[in-house]
Design a protein around this ligand. Structure first.
Ligand code: FES
Ligand SMILES: [Fe+2]
Length: 349
């Protein structure tokens, strides 16, 4: 069901405080923590003694201590201490996952084979350290399969129907926007431009536009996350092809990590720039974004409930589905690759 040999987002740096966190990722029950000495870890959330979740334990300098009989586990999964017993049994260890902390994002490697090591670097997300932007984020839980969230993010035509209170705008403008879809390797890009349109409420709250605006929506789909750059500039003042263009920018990081086949984690941040004449609008943009994503969650969970009620009922594609369908093909191909046998060495006579 899920592409493997991939980096997925397990959470954000600020979530690792003084208590271990339990999170199910791709059907794997994981406990995450930062040791007292600052090392991050992701282990199977089960003590190898009597199976208490390690997330019920406590964090110490060297690792996590089980909350039942006190076994201490290092970030690599080895048992370091059995209270009251000098000898540590050879089998006393728990499975460890490879985790990397980058740009305040916790990336976890999900291998095809047990114990498999990363075949590439964890992705970069430089927006989090770009001095032009400030950001906040959150983690939402979805009672819906992860690909329904991909569909939603790759087709922003829904803004004019779902998000009228925040980032919406005129539904007809959204539905008729020029759409370009590009695909290369495992990546899909959906580009939409809406010149001379009216600014939606969130934009007006955050930026002093003179009147009508040119809007852009650039969606970049990667297997485990999407980077979405949306924004607007006073009509006729910015070149939409210029990566350094001015105006109001919203840079969204959207990680969708399957929890199970039918549930998902949506871990997001929203970064925005501030106009010199306006105070820092990070909180306003965050609150409006959270409201927007709550609206998406309601739609997607209702959609999923209905899909289950009408299991197997056919759906009809329309013009806005090109991007989502491309991404579905990428996922389909990668899921197939999970089960393809690794190339066998050729026997030399
Ligand atoms: S169950 Fe963890 S130490 Fe006993
Ligand atoms: Fe949405």
């Amino acid at each position: 069901m899920f592409p493997l040999n991939q980096w997925y987002v397990a959470g954000f740096s600020w979530e690792l405080q003084d208590k271990p966190i339990a999170r199910t990722l791709l059907n794997q029950h994981v406990v995450m923590f930062r040791t007292g000495s600052g090392e991050i870890a992701a282990l199977e959330n089960r003590c190898c003694h009597k199976s208490l979740p390690l997330s019920c334990g406590t964090i110490e300098e060297r690792g996590v201590r089980c909350g039942y009989h006190g076994l201490l586990f290092a970030p690599g999964g080895a048992c370091l201490e059995v209270p009251g017993q000098a000898r540590i049994p050879v089998k006393a260890r728990v499975k460890a996952f490879t985790v990397v902390e980058k740009d305040q994002i916790l990336w976890i490697w999900m291998p095809r084979e047990e114990g498999g090591t990363p075949t590439c670097e964890a992705p970069d997300y430089q927006v989090h350290s770009d001095p032009r932007y400030r950001f906040r984020g959150d983690v939402f839980h979805y009672d819906a399969p992860y690909q329904l969230i991909h569909d939603n993010l790759l087709d922003l035509s829904h803004l004019g129907y779902v998000h009228l209170k925040t980032i919406g705008g005129n539904a007809a403008v959204h539905m008729n926007a020029e759409l370009k879809v590009e695909a290369a390797g495992d990546q899909v890009r959906v580009l939409r431009y809406m010149p001379d349109s009216s600014p939606p409420p969130t934009y007006l709250g955050a930026w002093p536009f003179a009147g009508r605006i040119d809007r852009w929506q650039e969606v970049e789909f990667n297997v485990s996350h999407l980077n979405i750059w949306t924004g607007g500039a006073d009509a006729g003042t910015a070149d939409m092809r210029d990566p350094q263009r001015g105006g109001f920018h919203m840079r969204g990081f959207h990680a969708i990590t399957p929890e199970t086949e039918t549930t998902a984690h949506y871990m997001w941040t929203m970064a925005a720039n501030s106009h010199p004449d306006r105070p820092d609008m990070t909180d306003l943009v965050y609150e409006q974004t959270a409201l927007t994503f709550q609206e998406d969650k309601e739609v997607i969970e209702a959609q999923w409930k209905n899909m289950q009620r009408h299991s197997g009922a056919p759906q009809v594609d329309i013009h806005v589905d090109v991007g989502p369908n491309r991404a579905r093909r990428v996922i389909e191909r990668l899921v197939k690759e999970n089960t393809q046998a690794a190339p066998q060495p050729v026997a030399v006579p």
